[in-house]
Design a protein around this ligand. Structure first.
Ligand SMILES: [Zn+2]
Length: 207
């Protein structure tokens, strides 16, 4: 059975505007095949929209393993799969909203519809146990004792993320440039994907 293309999320040093300005000339670091470890060959790509206050068109490269004959989407860490907004916009909204700010105010501050912020929150709430487990495991593995985690799941997931990020930034070379990009790399671009079959999503409608 042919499997759907799998996204590989790579740490990118560029802003959304810089990434967009590079167009098809975007310099993507060579990636290894997740199945056999061989270096992927470039395999065209596709245009998509990415919004960071303003929407821009960005080119996303694909790589292909000649041995496994599978293609992989090479997502820069500023892009979340199937979301129009950049991960930093999504993350900022999640932080403010989970921190107690009203969704309407959060949405107005970042200029997206309230329904969009509500959708992000709903998905984050559904994913919170898995996110908490993942980032708590990472943080502990990197030497954090995770003292005083908040008692609500979503806030605890955020605190574990912050702890893991703080440790990773000090200890891991080439780590992502911001906390939410780090979140996106760890989640493989699917932090808010509630589908329980993580490798089966193929639709590319942003939003
Ligand atoms: Zn391979």
């Amino acid at each position: 059975m042919e499997r759907a293309p799998l996204a590989i999320v790579w740490p990118c040093r560029l802003s959304v505007a810089e990434y967009a300005a590079a167009g098809k000339r975007i310099d993507v670091p060579r990636q290894a095949c997740p199945d056999c470890g061989r270096t992927l060959a470039w395999w065209s790509g596709y245009w998509r929209w990415l919004r960071d206050r303003v929407a821009v068109r960005v080119w996303v490269r694909r790589g292909r393993c000649r041995t496994c004959r599978r293609t992989h989407v090479l997502l820069p860490d500023l892009v979340h799969e199937r979301r129009l907004d950049s991960v930093e916009v999504i993350g900022e909204a999640l932080e403010r909203s989970i921190g107690g700010r009203g969704m309407r105010k959060v949405a107005a501050a970042i200029d997206v519809p309230t329904s969009t912020v509500r959708d992000w929150r709903r998905r984050h709430r559904a994913r919170a146990p898995a996110l908490l487990a993942r980032f708590a495991g990472l943080a502990v593995g990197l030497g954090d004792d995770l003292a005083d985690l908040p008692t609500t799941l979503e806030a605890a997931a955020l605190a574990a993320l912050a702890a893991a990020w703080a440790r990773a930034r000090d200890r891991v070379a080439g780590v992502a440039a911001s906390m939410w990009r780090f979140w996106n790399v760890v989640c493989g671009g699917r932090g808010l994907v509630t589908n329980t079959s993580p490798r089966l999503g193929t639709a590319r409608t942003p939003g």
